[in-house]
Design a protein around this ligand. Structure first.
Ligand SMILES: *Cc1c(COP(=O)(O)O)cnc(C)c1O
Length: 244
């Protein structure tokens, strides 16, 4: 459901707060804040949310559902400064029957979690005459409720992805499982993000491919993600408020 709200005018102050959190997390782990990108997640929010992101000069937004993202992109006001160069990234689960739509309308798909989906996206990108950037989504927290390829099959998935001529593998993505308590949630986050970072380092060494992007961290756990090496934090609630 879209939130019927027009209070996206406070986006820049919320963005400043999130940037300060990222900067503090970078400072305490000796990282350069410029090495961590903030990806605003506009799911469940109207096109004006994406327009606010474009005005702020950010590179991209994240969307969870294919149709919602496609409709929102089409509905965004073309007169808004920067809207035409705003990139749209799919971060939610993608069914193979929507691979063509996703390949046509998104600039990157972060949620690639099976060889079957790779085949569909590769074929779709080929038909569209484009090279589609992707991230491989890994269930790095071994969460039974989460999508993502099991850690153990990640090498196989990467091999299959590297063989796809019409896909470009930019890196890995993960979502940390929630715990029953804040302490447990924090422990899951640290473990999940540490696993993804370790996997990236292992795969990079083994396949000689850079896997530059580590998409991990959301509103509640961005500090743990930055500490573990995140290059892209996907932020919804902290930038746009609670979704309807
Ligand atoms: C909704 C969503 C986010 C943003 O979550 P917040 O907690 O609102 O920051 C990030 N990643 C994915 C995959 C999401 O679905």
């Amino acid at each position: 459901m879209l939130v019927p709200s027009d209070n996206y005018s406070d986006f820049s102050s919320r963005l400043a707060t999130v940037r300060a959190r990222v900067a503090a997390a970078c400072r305490s782990t000796g990282r350069d804040p410029a090495s961590v990108e903030i990806l605003p997640v506009t799911k469940n929010h109207p096109p004006v949310a994406a327009e606010a992101v474009a005005r702020a000069g950010l590179r991209a937004v994240g969307e969870n559902r294919v149709q919602e993202g496609v409709a929102k992109r089409a509905a965004a006001d073309p007169a808004v400064h920067g809207i035409e160069r705003l990139a749209w990234e799919l971060i939610g689960h993608l069914q193979t029957n929507k691979a063509i739509l996703a390949a046509a309308h998104f600039d990157r798909v972060q949620s690639v979690d099976s060889e079957k989906l790779l085949r569909h996206l590769n074929r779709a990108a080929g038909e569209l005459g484009k090279q589609l950037p992707v991230l491989l989504q890994i269930n790095a927290g071994n969460d039974p409720a989460k999508f993502g390829a099991a850690l153990a099959i990640a090498p196989q998935l990467l091999e299959a992805a590297l063989a796809c001529n019409h896909l470009r593998v930019d890196g890995l993505m993960a979502i940390a499982p929630l715990g029953a308590t804040p302490v447990e949630t924090a422990a899951h986050a640290a473990r999940t993000f540490g696993n993804l970072r370790e996997l990236r380092d292992t795969l990079t060494a083994r396949y000689g491919t850079s896997l530059r992007e580590l998409s991990m961290g959301m509103s509640g756990d961005l500090e743990a993600a930055v500490a573990a090496g995140s290059t892209l934090v996907r932020i919804g609630t902290a930038l746009f408020g609670v979704r309807g």
